[in-house]
Each structure stands twice: as structure tokens, then as C-alpha cells.
Ligand binder design. Structure first.
Ligand SMILES: [Zn+2]
Length: 149
């Protein structure tokens, strides 16, 4: 695995956190299913590349994730898990559903789309692509965390 963004840093950790998301009137306790990565302010358009090899399962806009990409991991220790990269400003227009994604394939530009409070990339590992963000399906994020020592 490689870093999805050069000079990236962890901006929010995995697990329960108290947060007030857009549309909420009061802060609530949410389960954060992934790890958030930020980039230096001086980088106006941080490029996001794929941290891992797989196939492009889903991409486009969703209300919560904004512009997001789902990669189906097709080999190795994490085979048949999914990696989500969310809230991008824009996605690489050359991407096609089902295509092979290599480590380092350009995916898009970091952004603040969907249910997001600031520019960042949300990275999430799931054991299935269902829409429910329950702990049951959110996988241990050590894989992501170790990219940002
Ligand atoms: Zn997040």
C-alpha cells in the first residue's frame, strides 16, 4: 500500500466522536467508519492516488460521501474488502466502472463535498459495500494508519 496523498496527515481518527455535521442542529455521537486525511493548505489541489490495487466498483456523487470512489480489493490479505475514498472535489474523468486500479492510479482531487466540514479525504475499509455504516462492517483501520506514521 502507498499513501493516497503526498504530505498527507491524519486529521480525524477512526471510532466514536462527537461531531456536528451539516444539517444537524446539535452535536451528536457518531461512529466514524474511517480515517480522515488532510493535506497542507499550501497545496491548492491535492492529488489523490489509489493506495492499493483493485477494481473500480463504484464512483460518482453521493449525498453523504460527496464525490467518492469505491475500490474492490481483488488480491492479497484484504481480498474482497472495499476501500472508499470520499469527499473529493473532482474525480478523474478517465475512470471507468470495473477497470483495474493500480497502486498510484490517479483518482481525483481532494475536496469538501458531501457531508464534510473541511477539505479532507475520508478513507474507509469495509467488508461489504452495503450502505450501513455499522461497526460490524467497518474494518480495523491499521492498514490506513500505518501509512501515516
Ligand atoms: Zn471521515
Amino acid at each position: 500500500m502507498i499513501k493516497p496523498v503526498i504530505d498527507g496527515h491524519i486529521s480525524s481518527e477512526y471510532g466514536y466522536r462527537v461531531i456536528q455535521l451539516p444539517g444537524q442542529t446539535v452535536p451528536t455521537k457518531n461512529f466514524h467508519c474511517g480515517i480522515d486525511i488532510g493535506a497542507p493548505i499550501s497545496d491548492k489541489a491535492p492529488k489523490i492516488v489509489s493506495p492499493i490495487r483493485g477494481s473500480l466498483y463504484l464512483f460518482g456523487f453521493s449525498k453523504s460521501f460527496g464525490n467518492r470512489i469505491w475500490i474492490h480489493i481483488t488480491e492479497g490479505e484484504y481480498k474482497d474488502w472495499y476501500l472508499v475514498l470520499a469527499h473529493m472535489d473532482s474525480l478523474n474523468p478517465a475512470l471507468k466502472a470495473g477497470q483495474i486500479i493500480e497502486e498510484g492510479t490517479f483518482l481525483g482531487i481532494m475536496g469538501n463535498t458531501g457531508m464534510s466540514l473541511a477539505r479532507h479525504t475520508h478513507l474507509e475499509l469495509r467488508d461489504n459495500p452495503s450502505s450501513s455504516e455499522t461497526e460490524e462492517h467497518c474494518k480495523n483501520p491499521e492498514l490506513i494508519r500505518k501509512l501515516f506514521p
